[in-house]
Design a protein around this ligand. Structure first.
Ligand SMILES: Cc1cc2nc3c(=O)[nH]c(=O)nc-3n(C[C@H](O)[C@H](O)[C@H](O)COP(=O)(O)OP(=O)(O)OC[C@H]3O[C@@H](n4cnc5c(N)ncnc54)[C@H](O)[C@@H]3O)c2cc1C
Length: 238
């Protein structure tokens, strides 16, 4: 059973007009142990009942034997937690944090080609996984990160992923913009992977992360292409 830990907000970084990274320093521990892809749960002062106060966030950094974690969070219009995080919370505030939790992780030995599909902050667990692979110099098959958002301003960690593309032999990175002309790919994220991975292949695994509409649509489209349920692994944000 994960225990509650005090976590101090030590820094924030703007990632887009609506997205911000929150850096939390976990108190009383030297190294926070988690697997790339896992999440933590924050207890925020936004309600009376405990379930009203709890919100989960994927850890966006890789396991690195430190007590600092990064969460990348999008502001939801009228959202209780995110309004609090944007408008009330300040550097130095301490929250209760529980974790790590979740099983949205890669197997120890990576034996399949991996396609990571996400929109917006759904990129968080994939950033953790890719940076973990890079840090450990892990052997992998092909890995393709497909990131979708509306416009250029919403592209998260672009420079970092472009750099990783040069440094990691089997890593490919694509961006789809749905509402702005783009030299990369203009359109919905779904069109990008459906074009690229037309032919069903048993050696491929799709990892999906984000909000229900995107994840459901992707699953439906992949199943219709002949991929099997076991080839599709998902993390739902809500
Ligand atoms: C395992 C897990 C990991 C998560 N990781 C992240 C993460 O890394 N980054 C992150 O930003 N969020 C993440 N979330 C979502 C997060 O827990 C909150 O749900 C989110 O921050 C909204 O909280 P809120 O209190 O501001 O909104 P609420 O007041 O709880 O919700 C407002 C309404 O908006 C809907 N909604 C919330 N966000 C969106 C959205 N972006 N698009 C469409 N509808 C939405 C909700 O379903 C709800 O109906 C994760 C959720 C889970 C379960």
């Amino acid at each position: 059973m994960p225990r509650w830990i005090d976590a101090k907000l030590v820094k924030t970084t703007e990632r887009s007009d609506t997205t911000r990274s929150f850096f939390l320093e976990l108190q009383g521990i030297e190294s926070f142990e988690f697997k790339a892809g896992q999440f933590i749960t924050l207890d925020l002062p936004i309600g009376e009942k405990r379930l009203d106060r709890w919100r989960s966030y994927s850890i966006a950094n890789e396991p690195n034997q430190s007590n600092l974690i990064e969460l990348v969070i999008v502001k939801v219009p009228f959202g209780k937690a995110t309004t609090y995080l944007w408008e009330k919370c300040q550097i130095g505030d301490v929250f209760k944090l529980k974790g790590p939790g979740g099983v949205f992780c890669l197997p120890e030995k990576i034996e399949h080609d991996l396609v990571f599909i996400c929109t917006g902050t759904g990129v968080a667990p994939f950033r953790s996984m890719i940076k973990d692979i890079h840090r450990q110099g892990k052997q992998t098959k092909n890995i393709h990160l497909i990131f979708g958002t509306r416009n250029r301003n919403g592209i998260l960690y672009a420079e970092e992923f472009k750099k990783l593309q040069n440094e990691l032999e089997n890593f490919d990175y694509s961006v789809a913009l749905s509402r702005e002309e783009y030299e990369g790919y203009q359109g919905y994220v779904h069109n990008l992977y459906l074009e690229k991975y037309k032919e069903e292949d048993k050696n491929r695994r799709f990892y999906l992360c984000g909000w229900q509409n995107m994840v459901d649509e992707a699953k439906e489209k992949l199943l219709a292409r002949g991929y099997e349920k076991a080839q599709i692994i998902e993390e739902l944000y809500g």
